[in-house]
Design a protein around this ligand. Structure first.
Ligand code: BTN
Length: 271
């Protein structure tokens, strides 16, 4: 039987991190961990503070979408005060930490769909949202929000089931959310320390991308770009080879892998 109940002590007890998780704020139920994290960051809480909810009732996805976080999911936000140079790397850091943690805890291989979705067998298992406040090139705070579908059956959520998966659906058994949370915090700290020591996480992130070499369709606002996802730049942007031979640098957007065009019935992030 997998231990699935979360509590502050079970999350923090003997946690092998020094920065990430030195303060943990836990809620059994919360609208969104992003909102509480933002308030804490504006109050100047200690770096590495983590806000975790057992379930979210108003989870936020990218591009103002809804993020489903029923019981059995993992929903947390981490507050950092990085210098400006590390800001573009936070998305890489978060998605890589998720890929590493999924593999350590479950043995499952996952991949990153640019810019920051984590997929297993082509279906989304994790979404990442970063928010920051920057004034005059100085980062006030950065918040990394991570949602992982751990233990719930996608067949109970038909609005996302065509494009999403969960760790338990992939494995056919439940997974310890505590193990997932604790490994995630450890991996995030490792990668954050690597960055601060002048190391690079770009190569590992690039190699974990499912997007490269594929024909893609990228939507950003009203603009749609099509082409072959040729490479990613060190700042995380996507380099798209267009049919006229030109190379377009795309900083943000929503990617559809052209041979996997599956659409959602409503505006909803795959939670
Ligand atoms: C996306 O793929 O659209 C990003 C989803 C991010 C969801 C996480 S769950 C924890 C944190 N709290 C939120 O309300 N959203 C993020």
């Amino acid at each position: 039987m997998v231990e699935n109940s979360l509590s502050l002590t079970s999350i923090t007890n003997n946690l092998e991190t020094h920065i990430i998780g030195r303060r943990v704020i836990y809620y059994p139920s919360l609208a969104s961990t992003m909102e509480v994290a933002k308030q804490e960051a504006q109050r100047g809480t200690v770096e590495g503070t983590v806000v975790i909810a057992d379930e979210q009732t108003g989870g936020k996805g990218r591009l103002r979408r809804v993020w489903l976080s029923p019981k059995g999911s993992l929903a947390l936000s981490i507050i950092l005060y990085p210098s400006m140079v590390y800001l573009p790397s936070l998305i890489m850091l978060a998605s890589l930490a998720v890929v590493r943690s999924i593999e350590v805890v479950t043995g499952l291989k996952s991949q990153v769909k640019w810019p920051n979705d984590v997929l297993i067998n082509g279906r989304k298992v994790c979404g990442i949202l970063t928010e920051s406040e920057v004034r005059k090139n100085i980062v006030g705070y950065a918040i990394i929000g991570i949602g992982v579908n751990v233990n719930f059956r996608l067949c109970d959520f038909p609005e996302i089931s065509p494009i999403a998966t969960s760790l338990s659906d992939e494995l056919g058994r439940e997974v310890s959310r505590l193990d997932m949370i604790r490994h995630l915090l450890i991996e995030i700290e490792r990668l954050y320390l690597t960055l601060q020591a002048g190391g690079s996480i770009y190569e590992e992130w690039r190699d974990s991308l499912v997007t490269l070499g594929k024909r893609v369709h990228v939507k950003w606002g009203e603009t749609i770009y099509e082409g072959i996802a040729e490479s990613v730049a060190r700042d995380g942007s996507l380099l798209l080879r267009r049919s006229d031979g030109s190379l377009t640098k795309i900083v943000a957007g929503d990617v559809t892998l052209r041979n996997q065009a599956r659409t959602l019935p409503q505006e909803q992030a795959e939670g």
